[in-house]
Design a protein around this ligand. Structure first.
Ligand code: SAM
Length: 249
């Protein structure tokens, strides 16, 4: 049977389309795209004219059988998303899982992804990092998720849309404090690419003073918590006190 190629597309700059991505998309029998209307001009730009199948969050499950059938018939297909690497906060997980479970061939064609693009130029520790994707839209839920990350020692990476950037940065300031270092990467690989790096207090202030900068696409990177061995000792002290209290009359 045929293969499904998972093909990364540019996150802004069209020159980031890899040669292998273009060759693969030019050779498959069909392309499954998150939004066919969005992908059509991109594919046309590279003279790729293939039948497009829509595959988004709401029809992914229904599409799986059809894709399997096509692959069984020996067709090769590709999966692309609107931008960057499929499955990285984009559809495709259920499809890839279903195909792998049945032994189909799934082939990655790597390329841009905002998370790696942001990390490699931010000046944040990258030896270990935690990709957090989008925070919940509702304020209470967002705070709740952030609370679970206060002790996270790895660099944390978040995706955010422009209309929630301020609220998210303010929530981070509330939970992690004004001193915590962060870098906001904006419009990566595009004309107005920008990195804003400082502590959360200053970053929140910067976007308050420059509301015109809150436009486009954003990645927020947050420095991990410092290792605090004294904290642990403190925790032990508290525990000992509690135990002492319990054993006192
Ligand atoms: N699959 C994509 C990837 O590999 O990065 C991510 C798709 S997700 C639906 C879209 C989010 O990715 C945006 O809201 C933004 O947080 C981030 N993003 C995508 N392109 C970006 C860019 N050029 N600059 C900054 N952030 C970007």
């Amino acid at each position: 049977s045929g293969s499904l190629f998972i093909v990364a597309t540019p996150i802004g700059n069209l020159k980031d389309f890899t040669q292998r991505a273009i060759e693969t998309l030019s050779s498959v029998d069909w392309i499954a795209a998150e939004d066919t209307r969005h992908s059509k001009p991109l594919l046309q730009h590279f003279a790729i004219n293939k039948p497009l199948i829509s595959l988004h969050d709401h029809n992914e499950q229904e599409r799986i059988e059809g894709v399997k059938q096509r692959l069984r018939q020996g067709e090769n297909g590709a999966l692309i998303s609107d931008a960057g690497t499929p499955l990285i906060n984009d559809p495709g997980y259920h499809l890839v899982k279903a195909l792998r479970d049945e032994g189909f061939s799934v082939v990655p064609i790597p390329g841009p992804s905002a998370v790696i693009t942001a990390l490699c130029a931010a000046g944040m520790p990258t030896d270990r990092f935690s990709y957090e994707g989008f925070l919940p839209a509702k304020a209470a839920k967002r705070l709740q998720v952030l609370q679970t990350l206060t002790q996270e020692g790895r660099t944390m990476v978040f995706y955010e849309s422009p209309h929630r950037l301020q609220a998210t940065l303010e929530a981070m300031l509330e939970v992690f404090g004004a001193e915590r270092q962060a870098v906001v990467a904006k419009e990566l690989t595009k004309q107005f690419e920008q990195f804003v790096g400082s502590d959360l207090g200053e970053i929140v202030e910067y976007f308050k003073q420059n509301p015109d900068r809150v436009r486009g696409e954003f990645v927020i990177m947050l420095q991990g918590a410092d290792e605090q061995p004294e904290r642990e000792e403190n925790a032990d002290d508290v525990l000992i006190l509690l135990l002492l209290k319990q054993s006192l009359p």
